[in-house]
Design a protein around this ligand. Structure first.
Ligand SMILES: [Zn+2]
Length: 497
């Protein structure tokens, strides 16, 4: 029998496609001269706005307005000195409003979207020691926007290959060697592709150079940022694995560090005395959430818990759970049985089920009201032909605490009998968190202290560091070595217990 490939609609929020015009010529914000871009400025503005919304939904904003205002204040200060705010800046750029955001992620990262959106994660903020370092990071990202690096990149790539820049691919074909879940649900969606877009080394160098200059003009001691680039090298050395964009798509941290120091020396001659802003900065990040936040979901002893939303469900032995802002994906060790827990689109289980069926273009062989564990719900089942063979799926919808949730489970037709009872045990176990100590779990928080004696860094650490953080992590966060001697009065970022 011939296998029939079919096209799915990617579910949910990715619905924007910019029209790729091929090539447009517009003045450069950096030089004023005509330059070619893959998108018009107007398209970039729309792209940024849409993608910003997706990003907030996917990653979540860090809930601290005062901190967001502070980052915006520093960003605006740097922006005011940038090529976008000069008297001779082409008019299409001069009035561009910027949005600076702090994202609720422990990953050390900063990124920009076209049209004036700049993001830093709380993980990155924890790793900075002062305002000057923050200014340089923001200046770098402002330059990506001003230089329209994403748009330049789009020009160089064949449209369609780039995966991203449109912000979204509406229809995707499920093929044998691509991850079904990714395709089916738009996991690892376009906005993530977009923020991990590699602009290329020249673009990164340009962003470093302009970012440093803007920050120096704004009055900052830009040489401070060299220590942060050193931290980036230490983080990748330690993790040795998947690197966040700020590291992986950027030039070698060692090379950047020496370039920054060289630039900093030039800037000092050019702009004179400069500001570090350590005390102000540390005051602003005092109390910042550090590492993974268990209140947003945590796997412990065979269960997944979400204390903020007060629910739990079973994670079978040998299965892994991947927690993201809008979904939890469970997979067995071979990745043959998959369960995706998420939020349904609709006010009732049935409405959400119908919306799923429509968007997924599913022809259900079963669609009816049913019990799902302790809840009344609605289930749809069907089969989907993929180039790697038929896949059987079921999606169970139910309402809990005012929200419609769903468990989408699937396996290949050959495996499905084995997995079906496991799927039922997972969705059937959903309920409020029984264990009060888990309901009350709190994240680790950074606390700024001035040390009361001379000593080496590690002597200030307690033994009971929170899960997932070790002594070396804290040394990197503080931009010191474990055995480095520190004098009395030195400010350190430690962990509140
Ligand atoms: Zn960059």
């Amino acid at each position: 029998m011939k296998s029939k490939k079919r096209t799915f609609l990617v579910i949910g929020i990715f619905s924007f496609v910019a029209v790729f015009t091929g090539c447009v010529t517009e003045p450069s914000a950096l030089t004023g001269e005509s330059k070619s871009y893959g998108y018009t400025w107007q398209q970039e503005l729309e792209l940024g706005k849409k993608s910003d919304r997706e990003l907030i939904q996917e990653m979540g904003l860090y809930p601290d307005d005062a901190l967001a205002r502070y980052v915006t204040e520093i960003g605006e200060r740097v922006l005011a000195q940038s090529s976008l705010r000069q008297p001779d800046t082409p008019e299409i750029y001069r009035n561009l409003e910027f949005t600076f955001r702090v994202m609720d992620s422990p990953v050390v990262n900063a990124f920009a979207l076209p049209g004036g959106y700049v993001y830093v994660t709380r993980g990155l903020l924890a790793h900075l020691n002062n305002e000057a370092q923050l200014a340089v990071v923001l200046g770098h990202e402002i330059t990506h926007v001003a230089a329209r690096h994403a748009s330049q990149r789009a020009l160089k790539q064949q449209w369609g290959q780039i995966g991203l820049v449109a912000g979204a691919v509406i229809g995707q074909t499920v093929t044998g060697n691509q991850n079904f879940a990714d395709q089916f649900l738009g996991l690892g969606g376009s906005v993530f592709q977009m923020i991990s877009l590699k602009y290329g080394r020249d673009a990164e160098r340009e962003s470093d150079i302009y970012g440093v200059e803007y920050s120096a003009k704004a009055g900052y001691s830009v040489g401070e940022s060299a220590a942060f680039f050193n931290s980036l090298g230490r983080i990748s050395g330690k993790s040795g694995q998947r690197l966040p964009t700020w590291q992986s798509s950027h030039p070698d941290p060692g090379e950047r560090q020496s370039r920054i120091l060289q630039l900093a020396a030039e800037m000092k001659t050019k702009y004179g005395e400069t500001k570090v802003g350590e005390a102000e900065y540390l005051r602003r990040i005092d109390g910042l959430v550090l590492g993974e936040n268990p209140r947003k979901g945590v796997s412990l002893r065979g269960k997944f818990y979400h204390p903020d939303m007060n629910f739990e469900f079973n994670v079978p032995e040998g299965w892994r759970a991947k927690n993201e802002a809008s979904r939890v994906t469970l997979a067995d060790s071979q990745g043959r049985g998959i369960v995706i827990f998420g939020i349904g689109q609709g006010n009732t289980p049935e409405e959400a089920a119908r919306s799923f069926v429509a968007v997924a273009q599913l022809q259900p062989r079963r669609a009816e009201s049913t019990r799902i564990g302790r809840f009344d719900g609605y289930v749809v089942e069907g089969s989907v032909d993929t180039s790697s063979g038929p896949v059987i799926l079921k999606n169970e919808f139910f309402k809990y605490d005012g929200t419609v949730f769903s468990f989408l489970s699937y396996a290949s037709a050959a495996d499905v009998e084995r997995y079906w009872p496991v799927f039922a045990r997972i969705s059937g176990s959903f309920g409020p968190i029984g264990d009060k100590s888990i309901r009350d779990l709190q994240p680790a928080r950074l606390v700024v202290r001035n040390v009361d004696r001379d000593g080496v860094f590690k002597s200030y650490l307690t033994d009971d560091l929170p899960y997932g953080l070790d002594a070396l992590d804290l040394a990197i966060i503080n931009q010191v070595e474990l055995d480095q001697s520190l004098g009395k009065g030195r400010a350190l970022k430690l962990v509140a217990n």
